[in-house]
Design a protein around this ligand. Structure first.
Ligand SMILES: Nc1ncnc2c1ncn2[C@@H]1O[C@H](COP(=O)(O)OP(=O)(O)OP(=O)(O)O)[C@@H](O)[C@H]1O
Ligand SMILES: [Mg+2]
Length: 296
């Protein structure tokens, strides 16, 4: 007699399942079923183990971030505090303008920190209010000019900025988020232009939308890359860039029920067109800011 065969096939065993279901099976089937269960349980344990380690790791990271966020907040408060003191002591218009920009930048930094804090704690701050669209865009331009100035002075670049702000709209939104998004697009434009070029910023109102167009005369974007530029971490600028800029822009615009359109030609330049819904009755309420070509 083939002992092994007889043992594994000629007998019938009763397999009692957890829910008291009774199945008849051969010893071979029993061993097979048992092995599957053992493997499954080990696998589950391994997965659970991995997941627990990941959660512990994230928690540790969250704790470190909380500390860092707290420290950075204090640093920014000190900067903002001293800037405000200096503003009260020095009345030279040029100095006051620069101090004002430092102040706004420090406040923006605190806003970013607040967002990180809310994220760590699992809540999200989304304070929105009514703003003049042109005012928001103009603040970005003021904050951008230093970049043009330093690139002209330190790197001998020949960059011009052409501004034409003609929106009269009020929009409902988070000013910081919108400004931050526009700055991302402006800085991308400056990066794309290299040593010389013109950055054009236009605003106007059309069909119930407040529109801002930001165009550069830079290197342009390949058609196949256009699909990827909004992906998180997609960058062609190496390890110093995060590749998060346009992903943030996309989320902010969506969060404001806005739209983004891009026109780009390799070797010619890129135009980003962002539109936001105008607050009803918000047209023709805000004064227009004006236009002009400026070499910096
Ligand atoms: N105006 C532009 N002209 C040419 N390429 C652009 C332009 N704007 C974006 N890109 C391309 O899209 C990529 C993604 O842009 P995004 O702003 O998300 O990241 P980044 O600028 O590379 O990094 P970060 O914004 O974190 O510094 C860029 O690396 C660049 O290749
Ligand atoms: Mg960028």
């Amino acid at each position: 007699m083939d002992y092994e065969n007889t043992l594994l096939t000629d007998y019938e065993l009763l397999l009692i399942e957890k829910g008291n279901d009774i199945k008849r099976c051969t010893p071979a089937e029993l061993i097979h079923q048992s092995l599957i269960r053992i493997c499954k349980e080990c696998y589950c344990d391994r997965i659970c183990d991995k997941e627990i380690k990941r959660i512990e790791h994230l928690k540790a990271l969250g704790d470190i971030m909380e500390g860092a966020v707290h420290d950075i907040n204090n640093l920014l408060s000190t900067i903002a505090g001293y800037v405000q003191l200096s503003l009260a002591m020095d009345e030279r218009p040029e100095i006051m303008k620069y101090l004002d920009i430092i102040n706004k930048t420090a406040l923006d930094g605190r806003n970013t920190i607040d967002n990180i804090k809310s994220y760590i704690r699992g809540s999200s701050s989304n304070s929105k209010a009514y703003y003049s669209f042109d005012d928001i865009v103009n603040k970005c331009i003021v904050m951008t000019k230093y970049k043009f100035k330093t690139s002209a002075i330190k790197e001998n670049k020949d960059l011009e900025i052409d501004i034409s702000l003609n929106s009269n709209a009020l929009i409902y939104g988070n000013e910081y988020e919108i400004r931050h998004s526009l700055l991302n697009i402006i800085f991308n434009g400056i990066d794309a232009m290299g040593d010389s070029g013109v950055l054009t910023i236009k605003t106007y109102d059309k069909n119930g939308k407040a529109i801002v167009e930001i165009s550069d005369t830079g290197k342009g974007i390949d058609e196949e890359d256009l699909d990827r530029i909004f992906d998180p971490y997609y960058t062609t600028k190496g390890s110093t860039s995060t590749g998060l800029g346009l992903n943030i822009v996309k989320n902010v615009v969506e969060n404001h029920n806005g739209r983004i359109h891009i026109d780009s030609k390799v070797g010619k330049g890129t135009k980003f067109i962002l539109s936001f819904p105008i607050l009803e009755g918000g047209e023709e309420t805000a004064p227009s800011i004006g236009s002009g070509l400026q070499r910096v």
